[in-house]
Design a protein around this ligand. Sequence first.
Ligand SMILES: [Zn+2]
Length: 66
Amino acid sequence: MIDEKLLNLLCCPKCKTEINEKKMFLLCNDCNKAYPVLGNIPDMLIEDAWSIEKAKKDKYMHSIKI
Ligand SMILES: [Zn+2]
């Protein structure tokens, strides 16, 4: 769970639009990207992002370790 203030500051690194938290991911529907949240730190690197379909298939959960 990400701090709400931090979440409000975050945007998609690719298209700069708003992102939505969904369990262990931050989703950008515009780019079809799911950015994993590690602990409470979001990994906003485009190359680390999953597709939303892949994240959805795993019920928006991941087991990525920091
Ligand atoms: Zn985007």
